[in-house]
Design a protein around this ligand. Sequence first.
Ligand SMILES: [Zn+2]
Length: 427
Amino acid sequence: MRFQLHRAHVVATPLLLGFLVLGKASAFEVVPQPAPPPPGYHLVEGDMYVPEGLEKGTVWEPNTWLGGVVPYVFVVNDATAAGSYTSTTLGFASNPPRILTSAGSDPFIDIGFRADQLVLVRGSASNDNTAATLYRIDWLTNDAIYLDPGDAVVNEGFGASVTLDVTVSVSPNYQAAMVAAMGEWEAVASVDFVPYSTEASYIRISNSVFNRATVGVVGAAGPGTVEIVNWGEKYVMCHELAHALAFKHEQSRADRDDFVTINYQNISTTDCGGSCVGNFEPSTTASIYPASPWGAVYDFDSVMHYGQYYFSIDRGNLTTIDCNPGYESWQDLIGQRTHLSFWDITTMSYAYAPGNWVFLHAQSPTPNPNGTFADPQTSFATAVQSVPSYGKLVILYPDTYAASTSGARLITTPMQIEAPTGGVILQ
Ligand SMILES: [Zn+2]
């Protein structure tokens, strides 16, 4: 299957990149302990788990979900640590239940804790807890983590070494936020996220200190994964869900050099366990990102596009991505995480289309009688005759198509015809 879904990106609030990219380990930082990817998968481009062994020229295309049905399960009641924070300046107070710093200066908010996270406390004395005790963070200040009012804590004085584990369990509020993000895609495409029961393929959604996802259906290797840290940012979650739905990064398209310029000299050489160049390199991504023969619009507005400072040696000053001449007005806008773009919506609606839509592309290298978005038909005559009455014909490629043959009209049933990029002539 050839697939040209290519939009998506790394999560990237400054905070996240702060420890995702910079990765400094200090006493006041959540030390991330990434969950292992599915067997046979590895991480590329910051947030995408893809099969290992991809070499330049290797053809690999992610699989979409059959019927658009995506079973999912939230990780709950799991004390596995996604990140840990150890300090000797912590103390506990019971009313209201909270964890304090003696100095009043521990920047809890800056080190990765979030409201609604479930944390496990491992103390040096009586307040050691087991996996059965997960505290929910109710709210935070700079010097205190207020726990759920219903949680009882065991007091422990300041000075003991206490470790707070951010767990992979997803709190009810986070679950609700994710379901809302799912709803964004469900509203614009024939996608249906359903609670997992016994399906062979599904995604496992966990709390994390990263935003990451497997790309497309994993299959026999096990469940796919969606890891989220920015539960408060709906469109960061939409980005990761789009990966799970088989979408990739827009700026990794094979034709991206026609639209953006990668400033290799500004890419960090240390923040990715070494150089981050691989996150931008065609040699890494060529096999993952197929050519774009559709004449499709390059979507600077995509929720799947990197921002201009991603993986920069000096974020805020030195750009890693510049929009080419003619497109400069997009420079400060790429990497947006505030909405789904027109083409995000359109492409998703095509990848997960209603059953009565037929796709046509005169230059499709992989024509298929089913005429799907990934494998469109090439013949107008064949395509138009396979559109059910009141269905839709989507013409993906600008061209002149013969709408009649030997004087007989080929369009004989009512249908909608759509040419998203324009330039289509029927004669
Ligand atoms: Zn991404």
